[in-house]
Design a protein around this ligand. Structure first.
Ligand SMILES: *Cc1c(COP(=O)(O)O)cnc(C)c1O
Length: 396
């Protein structure tokens, strides 16, 4: 097994975390086993008491899952990674691990719709208070912080408007008040952005997205220090059991090997599409951090090594309602996949106001800047000319 300290990103992505068995296999093995056998009753007792490290049961540890965890931790520059059954369970596991009743979360208003529901309906039910603020307004963050604030939570770039959160400023603010900064890094992956380098304490992933990158499996991960993730977050995971399956861990391991190549290719395609959309008369605005017209272009460049695959744009609503225009465009496409998923080789198109953000109230949607004429595209790896052509059917 390689020591990630001695190698660069692309090498870590291909080789870290792989512990070859006696069979000498070149590709990582899948270990579909629920439990592990001990040499003796003494060893069983030592494993259970924690005196001897090693496998006991796959809710706690599994060799394939561990290989994925070690590789992702090394890619993010974190001490420890805990893999979970989905991105949402990574967020839940983080909350359960680091928060208690009476604590307070300050979260960006521009986060994944289901994360908002998790905070509002479920965390509040257990006595955790939530405030939502604008991702980009640092004064609002400062004002929202209370003595019991324990966690600041953001996504950057945010979905679907691609606003950028200033991770250095927000981690400084969190630490000044004894709180933690958690960054959901699903849109960038460590191939494009490493939040721990900007002071974040916890990095969260939906591995379902770009880590798999091919739309096959559900998974998630939490990365951070040994103290925080290795103790607090892991102890909830091993107790409550939203653990990653070894089959899925294997898919994600292989996904990590091509992640940098894919993220760079997604960025090339999305940049070309964003520039093309800016020239279409029916399109009134394009949101993409790789465009010079993005209000936080410089901040994005200082945090990300590429702008990523996700963009959104707004349609002219002077001739018909924004929703009708958006639905008409989406329905006119023949190749693009109409699905809310993202982070796939296949380009996906969605109408946030009636899908991913449909459970928000109209006021919450307006506050997040999501208009009825907004369309989000997660740009895939097809030929860019074919993607443009498919979109132009509805734009004409
Ligand atoms: C999809 C997504 C999630 C949730 O992940 P699942 O794997 O679907 O549970 C969380 N955050 C972001 C930014 C996402 O895109």
């Amino acid at each position: 097994m390689i020591d990630p300290e001695e190698y660069n990103f692309a090498t870590i992505a291909v080789r870290a975390g792989h512990q070859r068995t006696n069979e000498g296999e070149h590709s990582e093995a899948i270990f579909p086993t629920s439990s592990y056998v001990f040499d003796s009753a003494e060893q069983a007792a030592a494993r259970f008491s924690g005196d001897e490290p090693g496998n006991i049961y796959s809710r706690f540890t599994n060799p394939t899952v561990r290989a994925f965890e070690q590789r992702l931790a090394a890619l993010e520059g974190g001490e420890r990674c805990v893999a979970t059954a989905s991105g949402m369970s990574a967020i839940l596991t983080t909350c359960m691990g680091v928060l208690k009743s009476g604590d307070h979360i300050v979260a960006s208003r521009s986060i994944f719709g289901t994360t908002v529901v998790l905070f509002n309906q479920f965390m509040q039910k257990f006595g955790v208070e939530i405030s939502f603020v604008s991702l980009t307004d640092l004064d609002e963050w400062e004002q929202a912080i209370e003595p019991n604030t324990k966690l600041l939570f953001i996504e950057t770039p945010a979905n679907p408007m691609t606003q950028i959160g200033d991770m250095r400023a927000l981690s400084d603010l969190a630490h000044k008040h004894g709180a933690l900064l958690a960054v959901d890094n699903a849109f960038c992956t460590p191939a494009l952005q490493r939040p721990l380098e900007f002071g974040a304490d916890i990095v969260i992933h939906s591995a379902t997205k770009y880590i798999d990158g091919q739309g096959r499996a559900m998974g998630g991960a939490v990365v951070g220090s040994e103290e925080l993730v290795g103790k607090d977050v892991y102890s909830f995971l091993r107790t409550a059991g939203p653990s990653m399956s070894p089959f899925n861990a294997w898919i994600f391991l292989k996904g990590l090997e091509t992640m940098k190549l894919r993220m760079d290719a997604h960025t090339v395609n999305a940049t070309a599409l964003a520039e093309w959309l800016e020239q279409q008369s029916m399109v009134t605005e394009v949101h993409y951090p790789g465009l010079k017209s993005h209000p936080q272009y410089e901040l994005a460049r200082s945090q990300q090594s590429g702008a990523g695959g996700i963009l959104s744009f707004e349609l002219d609503d002077s001739k018909m309602s924004g929703k009708d225009a958006a639905w008409k465009l989406i329905n006119a496409t023949e190749m693009l996949s109409i699905t809310a998923n993202l982070g796939d080789t296949k380009t996906t198109i969605t109408h946030p106001a009636t899908t991913t953000h449909g459970r928000l109230s109209p006021e919450e949607r307006a506050q997040a800047g999501i208009s009825d004429g907004l369309i989000r595209v997660a740009v895939g790896l097809e030929d860019i000319e074919d993607i443009k052509q498919d979109l132009s059917r509805g734009i004409e």
